[in-house]
Design a protein around this ligand. Structure first.
Ligand code: F6R
Length: 243
């Protein structure tokens, strides 16, 4: 696991966007594992700029998102489907809709939606690159503490701390969904390369725990120590460089 402090949000986001575009350029049918959340907004902003600057072929690029809230329709303002379209897919007409995979949070048969998703990931994958944020409780995707390391895509209950952390996107905390579909830890580990991005002082404690190195289901992100191609990209604040 390589840990790299890139000092600030701008440099760190540009780095992740550059790594994504390099993969897309090298392999026109690349498979990208994508994340949402406030950490990633500048990554997608720079990626859009780089896509436009490079006349990219997007038609055969395949993307898999980590998660989606249960009960939110794709066109709901706070769905991750909407987030991905606002921040990335709506900015270029060549993205191929049938190659965009976001779990279906309003599927009638949620178990089936999960197994279909996992199957699609296994058929199209492995992801050439997976980008991840991290929750203050150590979650990756919505794999909350004590998620099994061998988990695949499934319905998960969100913890109170995640509901609270994500509530600022919603008018009332009661509006935050209590469940989500999340790619599992085993599914995430199938990626060929993983970049986890952690920005800001809120992530300092969990980054410290992660780099201390103990591997435990209590800290889901600690599974990344078992992957041989992982980078943890942080800024000064998440690194605790200023204290
Ligand atoms: C989002 C996801 C989550 C977030 C994490 C950090 O798709 O899977 O694991 O990456 O909750 O969220 P932010 O970036 O909002 O701090």
């Amino acid at each position: 696991m390589n840990i790299l402090n890139l000092k600030n949000r701008t440099i760190a986001s540009q780095y992740v966007a550059t790594e994504l575009i390099k993969v897309m350029k090298a392999r026109p049918n690349a498979v990208l594992g994508l994340a949402t959340g406030s950490t990633m907004t500048d990554v997608y902003r720079y990626l859009v700029t780089l896509i436009n600057a490079n006349d990219m072929e997007l038609n055969s690029i395949v993307t898999f998102n980590l998660d989606e809230y249960i009960g939110l329709a794709p066109d709901h303002k706070q769905s991750y489907y909407t987030y991905m379209h606002q921040h990335l897919f709506n900015h270029h007409k060549d993205w191929n809709k049938s190659n965009i995979y976001v779990p279906k949070g309003i599927a009638k048969d949620l178990q089936r939606a999960c197994s279909d998703y996992e199957q699609a990931l296994r058929n199209q994958g492995p992801a050439d690159i997976q980008i991840l944020g991290i929750g203050e409780n150590g979650h990756i995707g919505f794999n909350e503490p004590y998620s099994p390391f061998d988990s695949q895509t499934r319905v998960v209950d969100l913890t109170a701390s995640t509901i609270n952390a994500n509530s600022y996107h919603f008018s009332h905390i009661e509006d935050v969904p209590k469940q989500a579909i999340s790619m599992g830890l085993d599914s995430i580990m199938s990626a060929k390369r993983i970049i986890l991005l952690a920005l800001g002082s809120r992530k300092k404690d969990i980054v410290k725990q992660l780099i201390e190195g103990q591997i435990s289901e209590k800290l889901p992100a600690s599974i990344l120590h078992r992957h041989d191609n992982v980078e943890i990209i942080v800024d000064d604040e998440a690194y605790g460089a200023n204290n």
